[in-house]
Design a protein around this ligand. Structure first.
Ligand code: COA
Length: 149
């Protein structure tokens, strides 16, 4: 099975809102409930409007279905450009087929290179995803700090 990665920004991302929300619902039960309650609508709409946000969808052309996605955000920084990755998710029906390792991660590297980035940043608390990132060459050189507000 091969997948094309469709990169969406602005209006084209808005047109894919339904599929993007369906994929995000596959992240976890908790996220699914929050999406159904409309908890992410405002933030998602802001992200659709951002010129720095790249919604990247792994699309199965045969079945005409969005199989997985990530959101890449070009970080405005004081030094070099970095692509920040979040919302990495693969539709449950398509898991363990290598979509993360063979489609999404290579695409993150391609997109970041095209955007002139020197690094890709992400955080992951999921052991199965962590092992995929380590195999792909990601390192964990810093300690991440977060203040939850
Ligand atoms: C994590 C996730 C994106 C992996 O996507 P995927 O396309 O199924 O991953 P791949 O098929 O490319 O598998 C990559 C490797 O990750 C590991 N892995 C993936 N899913 C795993 C699982 N359920 N249990 C154990 N290891 C797993 C394996 O090492 C696997 O390699 P293998 O199949 O050769 O054993 C997917 O399970 C998912 O969407 N999970 C819910 C959301 C999430 O956790 N997102 C990541 C946040 S950083």
């Amino acid at each position: 099975m091969s997948y094309v990665v469709i990169v969406l920004q602005g209006h084209s991302a808005t047109n894919w809102k339904k599929q993007i929300k369906e994929l995000l619902s596959e992240f976890s039960e908790q996220v699914s409930e929050q999406i159904q309650a409309g908890a992410y609508d405002e933030v998602l709409n802001e992200t659709f409007d951002s010129p720095h946000a790249y919604f990247s969808i792994a699309f199965d052309e045969e079945e005409k279905v969005a199989a997985g996605m990530y959101l890449g955000t070009l970080m405005p920084t004081a030094m070099h450009r970095r692509l920040y990755i979040d919302a990495v998710v693969v539709n449950r029906k398509f898991r363990r087929q290598g979509i993360l390792t063979r489609t999404l991660i290579p695409h993150m590297k391609k997109l970041a290179t095209e955007l002139g980035c020197r690094a890709i940043d992400l955080t992951s608390s999921k052991p199965n995803a962590q092992s995929a990132y380590l195999v792909a060459g990601f390192e964990s050189p810093t300690t991440a700090f977060r203040l939850t507000l």
